[in-house]
Design a binder for this molecule. Structure first.
Ligand SMILES: *Cc1c(COP(=O)(O)O)cnc(C)c1O
Length: 358
């Protein structure tokens, strides 16, 4: 396999062993004479696959199936902005605004009911994580985005609130150890850190689910999907297979702690350079503790140099480094499956580029 260094923000890089096993099941699944893509979602092997992936998800998060349910839905994380609001906004919901995706979630919730923006970093183009939240009394829930894919910030620790915690974890799902029992609902579009596009994972606390609004359109109600064990309609079977392979890869790799340690090391290779030459590689995030381990954002002294940097990097097989079209600059997305060698190759390139263009 000819692999380039893939720093794409999403869909993002997948582990090679996952690609290998996926290649096989595209042709034939379990020696059953058909591809996994040709198989009924109600067939025994696919029901068994769903049981297995749900168990793997909960095991990695240290959660029990008595307390939490796992769903795989279509519509991306963007659909969850709407579903969270429809199912759980009753009086007022607290939201933290840390960037584009959080803002989109807030926009949807405002169409449903009262939203209190408990904290925002919009004043500084989202280059930090707001602390000291102004929570409302008895909020329905607090929604936050654990990792901000576009701006390169992340919550180092969880926001403190008595309200149920709801989190968009699309771009750092399974990137670190966390006390997952603190959450009432987590959702993640698969295509950033756990699989291909087409499936969104939702992990929801049963107690929280029991309080969901009723009288919703059938497909927009979490209760519909939990009751039907994620098979109310045809679920994204093939993406779910890939997600399961990714989970098995995480376990074989040593679990979340090992993944987290490697993510810290990988990000360090690049942040160290940013810290060594802060006037050349200008980190976009102002507080070090807010720095994302998944999406590293920085600027060069001029837009011309940024364009040159990205062009020369691409020529050296360092791909996908252009910042999001809304912010510009450089962004290196170094998800779980991004190898240490790719981060090292980028760090080496950054040194060389500085020497040639300072
Ligand atoms: C990419 C992304 C989204 C949007 O995901 P879709 O699956 O395209 O709807 C939402 N939130 C975060 C944090 C993201 O990174």
């Amino acid at each position: 396999m000819n692999r380039i260094h893939n720093f794409s923000a999403g869909p993002g890089v997948l582990p090679v062993p996952v690609l290998e096993s996926t290649k096989n099941v595209v042709q034939e699944y379990l020696g059953l004479g058909m591809s996994i893509m040709e198989m009924s979602h109600r067939s025994k092997p696919i029901v068994a696959l769903f049981d297995e992936v749900k168990e793997n998800v909960l095991n990695l998060m240290n959660l029990s199936k008595d307390d939490y349910s796992v769903l795989f839905l279509g519509g991306g994380a963007s659909m969850q902005f709407a579903m969270v609001a429809l199912n759980f906004v009753k009086t007022t919901a607290d939201y933290v605004n840390t960037g584009t995706w959080a803002s989109n979630a807030i926009k949807e919730a405002k169409k449903v009911g009262n939203v209190n923006v408990a904290g925002s970093s919009e004043d500084k183009n989202f280059n930090y994580i707001p602390k000291n939240l102004k929570l409302s009394d008895n909020a329905d829930f607090l929604h936050f985005t654990s990792n901000n894919t576009i701006f390169g910030t992340r919550f180092d620790s969880l926001p403190e609130t008595n309200a149920p915690l709801v989190c968009d974890m699309s771009s750092d799902m399974f990137s670190r150890e966390l006390d997952y029992s603190k959450f009432s609902l987590i959702y993640a579009g698969a295509q950033k850190n756990i699989g291909p596009s087409g499936a969104t994972m939702v992990v929801i606390k049963n107690d929280f689910l029991n309080n969901a609004n009723t009288d919703l359109l059938t497909m927009l109600s979490y209760q519909t999907h939990v009751k039907a064990e994620s098979m109310f309609n045809t679920p994204p079977v093939f993406p779910v297979y890939v997600i399961n392979e990714t989970l098995k890869w995480i376990v074989a790799d040593g679990g979340l702690k090992a993944i987290e340690d490697r993510n810290i090391y990988k990000a360090g290779l690049i942040y160290n350079l940013i810290d060594e030459m802060p006037n050349y590689y200008k980190g976009a995030v102002t507080h070090k503790e807010d720095r994302s381990l998944m999406n590293i954002t920085f600027n060069l002294p001029s837009e011309e140099l940024e364009a040159k940097f990205i062009k020369e990097a691409t020529a050296k097989n360092l791909d996908g480094l252009k910042g999001h079209r809304s912010v510009g600059g450089v962004r290196a997305s170094i998800y779980n499956a991004c190898p240490v060698e790719s981060c090292q190759a980028l760090a080496d390139f950054m040194k060389e580029f500085y020497t040639n263009n300072k």
